[in-house]
Design a protein around this ligand. Structure first.
Ligand code: MTE
Ligand code: CO
Length: 390
């Protein structure tokens, strides 16, 4: 019982003395007791932090929105720091009128607000051949979901007037990597945004300030940050990022390419290796995320016994197309070891495959588009490990 608990019987400092006044934190930050909630990289994954990635701490988050300061970062040549008044966005190629927009010009187009997930095509890539990294931050953390404010890419293209022969669009960044990807015109005119805000505030420099491309449901690599050039053409450009990278080598030696959409996928974020069960037997909350580049999530199944019994998880919160979905499954833990898995099904009826099914279909050599079912082993002491079962 609580009898004699000094946290109840003694007056605490925060109860006795006044705290900091307003203006002590003109731009707020999290509690000092949340200092473990940070992006992290895996030092041995890349040769240098300039062309590298750090990961969203998914195990520390809830709901579907990623706080701006925790969105994973993937840069090919570090963070470009661009003053908005010095930024230009050019539209040229197969258009009636080549145009250059300033940020002030972009602000005069009608704005839209949309919530979308962004997943790097390489997310879970290190897990293709077997369980490797111990934490959903590292296995699944090249993922974020925020509300973007921006203008329809369609409006900018219409302003320039796309010629009938203009079937492809090249999007290029202003950073030192000059990141560029070819996008089919149909997608460019459909739901792409040229965004300058995320979660209400200006984009962070890490996310492409002052402006980035939003390509809903498609490979994160195509969401060009520090967007400076849009060229209309009649064929894909076949640049490095769509030939030597972001293609999938199959068992027969051929490679899949133009695999733009991100497949239906899910992961249990807690319990997970970095979020073990510390409360012992009894009432336990399992939670996770599901998403699909095809639209909304229809259902998430979860198992705690490695697939012997499946339960329909409880989806909670908004169910938006091409956004993260939050699921929960509450159960009484009897203290025995568990094998936790989740399996998502999207609105098109596509079902998340097992990793064995993926390898059977696509061979052993892939990196990108690993949407296989993740297994966490829970030990009797509540510790959690990344494993594979078959
Ligand atoms: N855009 C530019 N200009 N430079 C880059 O290095 N990285 C791409 C994409 N856009 C990149 C870029 C990759 S591989 C991904 S996964 C996403 O941005 C990551 O977006 P984020 O850093 O906002 O998470
Ligand atoms: Co990427």
């Amino acid at each position: 019982g609580a009898a004699g608990d000094p946290l109840i019987t003694e007056i605490q400092d925060w109860n006795r003395y006044s705290g900091d006044g307003v203006d002590s934190r003109p731009y707020g930050h999290p509690s000092e007791f949340e200092s473990q909630v940070v992006r992290r990289n895996v030092a041995w994954l890349t040769a240098d932090p300039i062309s590298s990635v750090n990961f969203t701490p998914l195990h520390e988050l809830d709901g579907i929105i990623t706080p701006n300061g925790l969105c994973f970062e993937r840069h090919h040549s570090g963070i470009a720091e661009i003053a908005p008044q010095d930024h230009r966005l050019m539209v040229h190629g197969l258009v009636d009128t080549p145009l250059v927009f300033t940020m002030a010009d972009l602000m005069r187009f009608p704005r839209e607000n949309r919530i979308y997930f962004l997943e790097c095509a390489a997310n879970s890539g290190m897990e293709w051949r077997g369980a490797q990294l111990n934490g959903c931050q590292f296995t699944h953390g090249m993922l974020h979901c925020v509300m973007y404010t921006g203008v329809r890419l369609r409006h900018l293209l219409e302003e320039a007037g796309v010629k009938a022969s203009g079937t492809w669009l090249l999007a290029e960044g202003a950073d030192a990597s000059g990141m560029a990807r070819s996008i089919p015109m149909e997608k460019a005119l459909d739901d792409c945004l040229v965004a300058f805000r995320q979660n209400g505030e200006a984009l962070r420099p890490e996310q492409g300030y002052p402006v980035r491309l939003v390509v809903p449901g498609w490979e994160g690599n195509m969401w060009v940050k520090w967007l400076r050039r849009l060229e209309v053409g009649d064929a894909p450009w076949e640049l490095r990022e769509e030939t030597s990278k972001y293609t999938d080598l199959l068992a027969n030696g051929k490679a899949r390419r133009h695999t733009f959409a991100m497949d239906v996928k899910s992961v249990i974020t807690s319990p997970s290796p970095q979020a073990p069960i510390t409360h012992g037997k009894g009432r336990t909350v399992l939670t996770g995320l599901a998403w699909s580049g095809n639209g909304t999530i229809k259902r998430v199944d979860v198992t705690i016994d490695g697939g012997r019994n499946w339960h329909t998880a409880r989806l909670d919160g908004p169910s938006l197309p091409k956004a993260l979905h939050r699921f929960y499954h509450e159960f009484d833990w009897d203290g025995s070891e568990l094998f936790l898995q989740s399996r998502a099904i999207d609105e098109q009826g596509l079902i998340q495959p097992t990793k064995d099914e993926l390898r059977a279909a696509r061979g052993e050599n892939s990196i990108y588009h690993n949407n296989g079912i993740q297994t966490w082993h829970v030990g009797k002491d509540g510790t959690v490990e990344n494993v594979e079962i078959s």
